[in-house]
Design a protein around this ligand. Sequence first.
Ligand SMILES: NC(=O)c1ccc[n+]([C@@H]2O[C@H](COP(=O)([O-])OP(=O)(O)OC[C@H]3O[C@@H](n4cnc5c(N)ncnc54)[C@H](OP(=O)(O)O)[C@@H]3O)[C@@H](O)[C@H]2O)c1
Length: 286
Amino acid sequence: MNQSNVSQTNVNHYLKTKKIGFIGAGNLAQAVIKGLFEGQVVPSHQIFASNRSPGKLQKLKDQFGIQVCTSNEEVVEKSDIVILAVKPQDLLIAIEPISQSFLAGQMVLSLAAGIRMKTLSQNLPQTRLVRMIPNTPALIGRGVIGYLMNEVDPGLEAMVEDLFSCLGKVIRMEDEDKLEAFMVASSSGTGFIFELMMYWQDWIEEHGFEPKVASEIVIETFLGASLLASQSGNGSFEELQMRVASRKGVTAAGLDSMRELEIERAMRISFEKSAMRNSEMARGLK
Ligand SMILES: NC(=O)c1ccc[n+]([C@@H]2O[C@H](COP(=O)([O-])OP(=O)(O)OC[C@H]3O[C@@H](n4cnc5c(N)ncnc54)[C@H](OP(=O)(O)O)[C@@H]3O)[C@@H](O)[C@H]2O)c1
C-alpha cells in the first residue's frame, strides 16, 4: 500500500466515525446524502438534517434512514461537520440566531454560492470554514466542485474531497479570486453551454430534424467531444480540434468564420460580465 492509499484509508475510516449534519434538505443536500449512503461513506444513522418545511426530511428518513432534526440548532449540536445547504438568501437568516451554538473548531461547509468567506467568518468566527461551489451536474454526480478553506489543513482537505466526491470532481482553490473565476467558468459556464446547445439545436431543426432527434444529436455531440477530451490523456483541445479540421476542409471553413466573427471575444466579454455581476452581488448591490 503506498502513502496516498494509507492516508485515503485513514480519511475513510475517520469519516465513518463522524456525524454529518445538513441545514437545508433540498436538491443538493439530497444528492450528497444519496452519495454518502450509496458510497457507504458515513452510516446513515450518523447523518442529521433539518429543513424549513418537514416533507423533504420525512422522505429522506424513509429512503436512507437519516436522523431528522426539528431545528437547525439540533443539527449543530449533534454534528461534527455541518453542511449549510440553504439558498444564499436564506443562509444568514438560518445561522445568525444559532451562531453561538457552533463549537470552537467545528467544521462548517457552506454551499451558498454568493456568500463569501469573510461573511461566513464574521458570522461563525469560532469554526473551521470551507466554502464550496458545485455546478448543477453535481446533482447527477458529474459536477465539478471548487472549494476554499479558511485555514490550511491537509487532513480537512482530504475529508472534504471524500465527502463531496459523490457529486463529481472536487478541486481545491488557493484563494477566493480563483474560486470566483471557477464559479463563472463551471457554474455559470454550465448555463453558457446550454446556450450554445440551443443554437446547435435550432440550426439542425432548420434542416428538417424533429426537435427530439435534434436534441439527441446535440447532446451526443457535446458528450462525445467531452468524453474524447477526457480520455485523450495530455492532448490539448487544440490538438483534438486539429484532428477534426483538415486544412481548407469543411470544419476549417466553419472555424475560420468563427474566428473572423470574434466568437472568442464575445465569450470573454460574457465571462467578464458574469464575473462583474458576481462582484456586485457580493457587495450587496441590486
Ligand atoms: N442545485 C444545484 O445544482 C446547485 C448548484 C450550485 C450551488 N448550489 C447551492 O446549494 C445550495 C442549496 O441549493 P439547492 O438547489 O439544494 O436549493 P433548494 O433545493 O432550494 O434547497 C434549499 C433548502 O433549504 C431549506 N431552507 C431554507 N431556509 C431554511 C432555514 N432557515 N433553515 C433550514 N432549512 C432552510 C429549504 O426549505 P423549504 O423546503 O422550506 O424550501 C430547502 O429545502 C444553495 O446555496 C445553492 O446556491 C446548488
